[in-house]
Design a protein around this ligand. Structure first.
Ligand SMILES: [Zn+2]
Ligand SMILES: [Zn+2]
Length: 265
């Protein structure tokens, strides 16, 4: 049912495979369109972001793949902003995903140890969650961001070693407020299976309770794998689709090259 993935990474950032390998994997998985979303360059961060000097080469390679695969699969050239590096310009990308991977320079999703340190530094889990969701809300001011990446990324390690109490009033209020702000700003939210392919979770982001609230708000969703290797290009898409249905959604939003359109679930 899910026929598009707009979120994946390649050897241009922290992915394992080339853009062409990702396009081929998408074709093999039965997708009709695929977008590679480059981790945008951040000064001083080189292990997971694209180096600034490689960005033009990435865009050229995606354009050439689009032409080479025309008629077989639509190929889009996307960017995943980190909020620390969001630029107020109109870059030559087809669409932009907005994400927050760090708080105060500490990574949210690198290792459980670093995630625990982030909580300690920021004065506890509830306070860190509040800071994270407040920061996500700033995305509303970036009209070029169409998609919110892995909305509750904070909970990446919660199945194995709970760091955040997702039932606490502070946590829920902060997460619900961010859903409301970003949905009102017209953002599309991912159901994202990235932590499943990397073995940290058995369920996609976001939590069902958050998706139910988003559905009540009339919010829009898409499905993405955030794959960092070709074999994960459509990881757990059946589970993502089931989660969308269970939480009330009846449509997904697909990028068409000229905006997003609803596709019935
Ligand atoms: Zn991300
Ligand atoms: Zn990503």
């Amino acid at each position: 049912m899910v026929r598009q993935n707009l979120h994946c990474h390649t050897t241009f950032d922290d992915g394992r495979d080339s853009p062409e390998a990702m396009v081929r994997a998408a074709l093999d998985a039965g997708l009709t369109s695929v977008g590679v979303s480059l981790h945008c360059p951040i000064e001083g961060e080189t292990d997971w972001c694209c180096p600034a000097e490689d960005e033009a080469r990435f865009i050229a390679e995606m354009r050439s793949l689009r032409e080479r695969y025309a008629g077989r699969i639509a190929v889009w050239c996307g960017l995943e902003y980190d909020l620390d590096a969001a630029r107020r310009s109109t870059p030559p990308y087809d669409y932009i995903i907005g994400s927050c991977h760090m708080l105060g320079g500490i990574a949210i999703d690198n290792t459980p140890e670093e995630a625990a340190r982030l909580i300690a530094v920021h004065g506890g889990a509830d306070r860190a969650a509040q800071l994270y969701y407040d920061r996500l809300c700033t995305m509303a001011a970036f009209p070029e961001i169409s998609i919110v990446g892995h909305f509750d990324l904070l909970t990446k390690y919660n199945e194995r070693a709970p760091l955040y109490d997702e039932t606490s009033k502070t946590y829920r209020d902060a997460a619900f407020a961010a859903l409301e702000t970003l949905s009102a700003a017209g953002k599309i939210f991912e159901i994202n299976s990235g932590a499943i392919s990397r073995g940290w979770r058995t369920t996609p982001y976001p939590a069902p309770e958050l998706l139910r609230h988003l559905c009540e708000l009339g919010g829009r969703i898409c499905v993405s794998s955030d794959a960092h290797s070709a074999n994960a290009i459509a990881c757990a898409f059946d589970r993502c689709e089931a989660l969308a249905r269970e939480t009330g959604f009846r449509e997904l939003w697909h990028f068409t090259g000229a905006g997003f359109e609803a596709v019935r679930l």
